[in-house]
Design a protein around this ligand. Structure first.
Ligand code: ZN
Length: 558
């Protein structure tokens, strides 16, 4: 007899252990989407096998084989009830509910389907949607949606009308509940309203939510098929599909408002740049209430766990928030969010250079985002404010200027081709090149820019020098070696090279420059060198100006 009982309990114990260990793996590797998907798949199969194994013990064994269930009954809890608030708790005993229960005495969310006899789940409320109302000639009413999860998976639920009114103030995001509903219906999930992959969703009919606190660590605090931005860059993602990512808001543009041509309704929109520690950044557009969070909120560079980001191939790759998406900021209950936050704010992440996945926006890989007017100077400041006069430290200036001239003589220099050197090399009589720093002779040299330009704004004109990285921005990534070769090819034809170079002028840029006096042969002159340059993003610039005008108007009227 004893042997039989032990054998019967074995699958039950295995199940608990396996679920537990698989949860811990998920916690440690939340951002390796392939691993998680694999685990979820295998977890699903596991549940199914265990279900079959459990069928016998469930029917044959006395109730004492459900120690967890008994424990739950013994705890004192305040029952939160739905429509049947005055009725006694109607949760069925597990063995009466059929064979669809998991080892904890509840139905597992992953296996919920339209044929379950009666809904009895234990789940964490991952997200509670807003109360929505509808008003049509045929009907009116209200509803809210909520995302529920247990260790097996997630599902969306919807409450309507009186039930919605009753449950909305009671249900708390993050809390775990025992939910039972004799008249719940499961129907095909509407993809328009959710990014949860479950085939079905629950329409609650007469639900009871019994609160069990926040500390159930068998259910992760947040769920998603998380990708790093490096994965976004390498996977062949289909425009229009949605993904889940965790990233830091590196910079944000001011909020703008656009009016829908279709509905005439105004919506708020805010473009931000996201980065993570995988070496990439990407532009994302937040809509609606998210976009209208304050400038201070965005400037604090929060971490977002973004569930349901729509992919667009506009300007490389970019993302946008969805009505059905869930976006949690600085959600430090989740290890990965805390880890990324610390990386960015404390471990040098904010100074890391990243590769942009979105190319046609302000996120062009330089640090010059939309610089507010208050931080900008004008070219006239160099003279009028005597910038660069301090012999101990240089001054810096950020200005918006038009490139008016590029000097075509000596625009480049022969550079050492050894990794990380780039010092100027000298040609020997045998036409090889010698690097003084590396003390080596190389057969061929590299070419690097050393550009002299002038910039104009509405106050003055100034000479500004550019090194290789900034010149590459000016020439749209044509290298100094390519340009040098072209110059040699067209040397015989007067004016061709000059005209070609002239074609790069009259473009507008946002520039950060270092200003310092330099003395050569007892003549002191002010030297302005580019530190950072980015092509002017007219959309971002206009948005910033509109926002500054709005602020000015507000300050004048108050
Ligand atoms: Zn060298």
């Amino acid at each position: 007899q004893n042997n039989v009982q032990q054998q019967q309990q074995l699958p039950f114990q295995n199940n608990v252990q396996q679920q537990h260990s698989s949860y811990h793996q998920q916690q440690q590797l939340p951002f390796q989407s392939h691993t998680i998907m694999h685990q979820q798949e295998s977890g699903y199969k596991q549940n199914q096998t265990n279900l079959q194994q459990q069928q016998q013990p469930l029917h044959n064994q006395p109730q004492s084989t459900f120690p967890q269930y008994q424990q739950q009954q013994q705890q004192n809890r305040t029952p939160f009830t739905g429509m049947n608030a005055n009725l006694p708790m109607a949760r069925p005993l597990p063995q009466k509910a059929g064979t669809d229960l998991d080892a904890t005495g509840f139905q597992s969310i992953a296996n919920l389907n339209p044929y379950i006899p009666r809904l009895t789940i234990k789940a964490r409320v991952m997200n509670k949607g807003e109360m929505k109302t509808w008003n049509k000639p045929s009907s009116e009413g209200k509803l809210f949606g909520l995302d529920l999860a247990d260790a097996s998976g997630e599902i969306r639920g919807v409450c309507f009308k009186e039930l919605a009114d009753r449950l909305y103030p009671i249900i708390q995001e993050g809390q775990t509940y025992v939910i039972s509903d004799p008249s719940a219906r499961l129907k095909k999930a509407n993809r328009q309203f959710t990014s949860i992959p479950h085939e079905f969703e629950i329409t609650f009919g007469n639900a009871t939510f019994e609160a069990c606190g926040y500390d159930d660590d068998s259910i992760p605090p947040i769920m998603g098929n998380w990708r790093t931005l490096a994965q976004v860059s390498t996977e062949n993602l289909i425009p229009g599909s949605t993904i889940d990512i965790i990233a830091v808001i590196k910079s944000a543009l001011p909020v703008t408002f656009i009016i829908s041509k279709k509905t005439g309704k105004e919506s708020a929109k805010r473009e931000v740049t996201l980065i993570d520690d995988s070496g990439y950044d990407i532009r994302m557009t937040f809509w609606g209430d998210y976009a209208q969070k304050s400038d201070e909120f965005w400037r604090a560079c929060p971490v977002v766990a973004a569930r349901g980001c729509r992919i667009s191939d506009f300007g490389g790759l970019s993302l946008s928030s969805q009505w059905s998406g869930v976006y949690k900021f600085n959600f430090f209950n989740f290890q990965r969010c805390k880890q990324l936050y610390d990386w960015f704010h404390e471990q040098g992440g904010k100074d890391t250079s990243t590769n942009p996945l979105t190319v046609s926006s302000f996120a062009s890989g330089t640090s010059l985002g939309p610089v507010p007017m208050s931080q900008r100077g004008a070219l006239d400041d160099i003279q009028s404010k005597d910038l660069g006069a301090d012999p101990d430290k240089p001054d810096y200036i950020i200005f918006k200027g038009t490139l008016s001239f590029i000097k075509t003589e000596n625009f480049q220099y022969p550079a050492c081709a050894n990794d990380g050197c780039s010092k100027k090399v000298v040609q020997s009589t045998d036409s090889s090149w010698f690097c003084e720093k590396c003390q080596t002779t190389i057969p061929d040299c590299d070419r690097r820019y050393m550009l002299t330009t002038t910039f104009l704004d509405d106050t003055a004109q100034a000479w500004v020098s550019a090194f290789n990285d900034q010149a590459l921005v000016i020439f749209g990534n044509i290298t100094a070696a390519q340009l040098f070769q072209y110059k040699e090819e067209v040397e015989q034809h007067d004016g061709i090279f000059d005209d070609f170079i002239k074609g790069f002028t009259n473009n507008q840029f946002l520039i950060k420059a270092r200003v310092k006096n330099e003395t050569w042969n007892e003549v002191t002159r002010v030297k302005v060198s580019m530190v950072d340059i980015t092509p002017l993003d007219f959309i971002a610039e206009s948005a910033m100006i509109l926002s500054e005008i709005a602020n000015l108007k507000a300050s004048l009227s108050s």
